[in-house]
Write a protein of this length. Structure first.
Length: 448
């Protein structure tokens, strides 16, 4: 295999930190590492940063508060505030379920990364992970320049699928005991929606929501006229004038580590989006009769993939006990949000159960800690993992996988990576966690 070397921005041969994957966790990690002075390279396989919030067209931020106060602070709060500043239809005081303008968010991540001095490489995919004679790792990446060998003191896996960790030999789990994964969703945008009707007749989307027993989605399902609409997952958000974002519909048996599986799902997802538009035009004509399908996401909305086995596995008991940890690097208050398997979802559409009855929610002011050890893949000395692939039990992954907590853990990982690179020859376990926590607090993190 013939490769070339990519030099650092100072002409050297070794990066301090390489982050693979530019979703929320990877972006935050790269920005934080660069702000701390690390020579940082961020690799992203698509043409924009932001992951599901941009390329995935997820239309809404999950809550940033614990129902009393904002708890995803620091860089996460900075991203949220920049978003709200560019959305005049959003109350600046809003902390929960803030709409996402995907184009605005792309520029926000671009600005934050370039302001921090991050070196960006778009359209660049991880192709291989190799071990050198001394046990250190090297990456091979692929883009229009061909295959390139990259070396860093510390690597951060923000791929969402733990590709770097898995290919380096780390232990991981995937799905439930039978390997079944949560369903995926292909998000999309409908334009030319009658905004007055959407707000008044449909309560800004609430009337359409499956938690409302009278939701038109149940009429659509009962009609049998739209066979690609198979369940009641149906969340909508007004993201701009006459523009409604949809996190709607489930796609079953999608494995993001299997390119053929994802390819089939993307084709089906686009067809499903068109059927949802047609169904709404028929069953909700006041708002959607003249709506048109503006865009389907360029990437599949994946909820679950590999989970790395780390130095600590965050458990459901930890979640239930609202546990704190001496090495916690952020707090999390999002509810347990495990989307149903196909058989259960079919029962839900018949009215026998609701997704909401199988979730677990905290009360106001409640949260749990997320330990630094959950970011440390067992057996890898100079690698951190961030995002939905951190070390946790599957049910807890249904909570820690969402974007606000990914931003918070990413910032912590970036600061830790800089310290490991500059002070400990890349050893991520040698980082002084007490000092890391103090630095996070100085950066505005919520660590009570």
């Amino acid at each position: 295999m013939k490769t070339r070397a990519l030099p650092c921005n100072d002409g050297g041969e070794l990066w301090d930190v390489i982050v693979v994957g530019g979703g929320p966790a990877g972006c935050a990690a790269a920005i934080a590492a660069a702000r701390e002075g690390a020579r940082t390279l961020l690799l992203e396989s698509t043409g924009a940063l932001g992951g599901n919030g941009t390329g995935g067209l997820v239309p809404t931020w999950c809550p940033f508060s614990d129902k009393e106060k904002i708890i995803y602070r620091g860089l996460a709060e900075e991203v949220l505030n920049r978003c709200k500043a560019g959305e005049p239809h959003v109350d600046p005081k809003t902390l929960d379920w803030v709409p996402i303008d995907a184009e605005l968010l792309k520029r926000i991540y671009d600005d934050l990364a370039t302001e921090a001095g991050v070196h960006l490489l778009f359209q660049t995919s991880l192709a291989a992970v190799t071990r050198e004679a001394d046990g250190s790792l090297a990456l091979v990446v692929n883009n229009k320049a061909g295959l390139t060998a990259l070396h860093a003191k510390v690597y951060i896996d923000g791929t969402g699928d733990a590709d770097l960790c898995a290919w380096a030999g780390a232990e991981f789990h995937k799905g439930d005991d039978d390997g079944e994964l949560m369903p995926a969703t292909h998000c999309f945008l409908l334009g030319n929606v009658d905004e007055y009707a959407y707000r008044t007749l449909y309560g800004g989307g609430w009337v359409l929501h499956p938690n409302n027993p009278g939701s038109p989605i149940y009429q659509i399902l009962a009609s049998g006229k739209y066979p690609l609409i198979t369940d009641a997952h149906f969340c909508t958000t007004l993201v701009g004038p006459g523009l409604v974002g949809f996190n709607a519909g489930h796609l079953w048996e999608v494995d993001n580590t299997d390119p053929e599986s994802v390819s089939r799902a993307l084709v089906l997802g686009r067809a499903m989006a068109a059927q949802i538009r047609d169904a709404l035009a028929e069953f909700c004509p006041r708002a959607f009769a003249n709506a048109f399908l503006v865009e389907t996401a360029g990437m599949m909305g994946i909820r679950e993939s590999r989970r790395v086995v780390g130095d600590y596995v965050l458990s459901f008991d930890d979640y239930l006990e609202r546990r704190s940890f001496e090495d916690e690097i952020c707090r999390n208050a999002y509810y347990i949000d495990v989307h149903s398997a196909k058989a259960q979802a079919a029962r839900d559409t018949q009215g026998s159960a609701s997704h909401e009855t199988r979730t677990f929610r905290y009360g106001p002011g409640e949260s749990h800690g997320l330990p630094y050890r959950c970011l440390l893949p067992r057996g890898l000395r100079n690698v951190l993992v961030v995002g939905r692939s951190i070390s946790c039990e599957r049910i807890v992954q249904g909570s820690v996988r969402v974007m606000p907590v990914c931003l918070a853990m990413g910032e912590a990982a970036g600061i830790a990576a800089q310290r490991a690179a500059s002070e400990h020859e890349g050893d991520v376990r040698a980082v002084n966690v007490a000092a890391l926590r103090e630095r996070l607090r100085a950066r505005g993190a919520y660590l009570p």
